[in-house]
Ligand binder design. Structure first.
Ligand code: HEM
Length: 229
């Protein structure tokens, strides 16, 4: 009986070694590229980014204008700001039949009079050429996640994206506190890319208990490319 077990073990070990050998085989070049986050922008014909093509690079602007709830929650505060945004091409994405081309982005915002930033976002802007969809998916580190989208022509120089809380496609999630006190119910973004300038206007609409109307927390800026990648 013991001898039988020993032989079984030997067979098992042999099989395991074989599998390990297989998995230790050098990875194909294409697998290596997608398994590690690229230090450099992904290389592919940038025209594939469709309407997002002009965004590649680093942008800076000093004309930022923000309207936000003030400390009392009854009034508004107005912040003038400067901003730096980086857009870096990512490895094209395959969702089975769906192919997406995109940019990883990071924005940082400073009040004109201060040296410490007061707002930032990280995320991705994506282009689905087949369905002509532009998407902006991002996190505001207050604990809000947004996936905004819209139908856009490949050569469009202006487009609109939106997201609604409760939608299972282009939606918004807020943390428990914000969901109760400052619930973002809709997000709208207008983008204009003309004559070397990137302009945006966004309207973050939130429900604040005690206020009958929705609060329109708006932000806009006009930026110029300071670095091409
Ligand atoms: C350039 C873009 C933005 C700037 C400069 C900005 C700035 C601000 C400021 C100054 C406040 C007031 C509270 C405070 O003083 O910290 C605020 C509140 C808030 N923001 Fe933004 N924001 C921006 C974009 C967004 C976006 C895109 C969202 C969500 C999609 C968002 C969601 C909120 C929420 C929920 C609050 C309420 C919390 C509170 O007033 O404490 N913000 N934001």
């Amino acid at each position: 009986m013991a001898a039988k077990k020993k032989t079984q073990k030997k067979i098992q070990n042999k099989a395991q070694k074989k599998t390990r050998k297989k998995t230790r085989a050098p990875l194909k070049k294409s697998v290596q590229a997608s398994a590690l986050p690229p230090m450099k922008p992904a290389v592919f014909p940038l025209e594939k980014l469709g309407p997002l093509r002009p965004l590649v690079g680093v942008w800076e602007g000093q004309k930022g204008d923000d309207i936000a709830p003030d400390d009392s929650r009854e009034g508004i505060e107005n912040n003038k700001f400067r901003e730096r945004i980086e857009f870096v091409p990512i490895i094209p994405v395959d969702n089975h039949e769906q192919k997406l081309f995109g940019l990883r982005y990071k924005t940082t915002v400073w009040r004109l009079t201060e040296s410490d930033p007061f707002h930032e976002e990280v995320g991705y802007w994506l282009w689905d050429p087949k369905e002509k969809q532009v998407m902006k998916s991002f996190i505001v580190p207050r604990g809000i996640v947004v996936l905004a989208g819209g139908t856009v022509e490949p050569s469009a120089q202006e487009f609109n994206l939106s997201a609604d809380a409760g939608s299972s496609t282009y939606g918004i999630c807020s943390n428990l506190f914000l969901d109760r006190e400052f619930k973002t119910v809709r997000y709208e973004l207008n983008v204009k890319l003309t004559a070397g300038e990137f302009r945006y206007f966004e309207d973050t609409q939130m429900k604040i208990p005690g206020r009958a109307d929705l609060f329109h927390h708006t932000d806009e800026n006009a930026l110029r490319r300071s670095k091409a990648l």
